[in-house]
Design a protein around this ligand. Sequence first.
Ligand code: DGL
Length: 259
Amino acid sequence: MIGIFDSGIGGLTVVSAIMDTLPGYDITYFGDTARTPYGTKSFETVINYALENTEFLLSKGADIIVMACNTASSVATEHLSKKYAVPIFEVITPAVELAVKTSKKKRIGIIGTRATINSGVYEKKIKAMSPDSSVYSNPCPLIVPLVEEGWLKNRETAMIVKKYIYPLKLKQIDTLILGCTHYPVIRNVISRKIGKRVNIIDSSVAVAERIKNFFENQPNMNLGKNGIAHFFVSDITEQFKKTAKVILKRDIDLKHVKI
Ligand code: DGL
């Protein structure tokens, strides 16, 4: 089974991409809704949460772990990879590889939570793969709550996105990485504001492709393919259910679990 965790509900964008790319694979999702958001927390706290979330998914029988959360991926990847024998996937490297491969002008922008941007991980990875690339980033802390409120088409959302995106537009980037679980939900708004010619890299799609390639190269890994999906959350409210429906475009059964 594919175990996926996120700081909350936003990681369902990754679930959606994995379901599209790897149809039928059994999935267990854990959204840490009781402790969300991670993007404003210290690295140490996020690492501890990531370890606990992984333990939970392993206790449910996960064969691989996918960190859907960009913030957790930014700060906890090494800790998880050192501690656990199962394959650990994070959302940053696949997005960076795709960005480097497709950017013609080598001018790449990144948007994410404050913790993700402050970690500098995207920048470091891009520079390591493509030293002559110019990298520009901007934290966009208001986008997560706007998406969680379902403000997808509101004028205010478009205005806030414009304000965040403007400094990157000035840098004439040709590629923009959506470095946060929630941003694919308003991909159209972001694309309109940065300009249609800018190539948008969605880290949820990039990680799903990475996992698919991994399975193709590991024919001995026989994961369950019964189309079973379980969704666990550490806190449950009507709003979380609504956000889940906004992202997955269908009702899902969220199960409350204490970890
Ligand atoms: N899941 C987080 C991320 O992708 C966004 C929400 C949060 O701050 O916890 O960075």
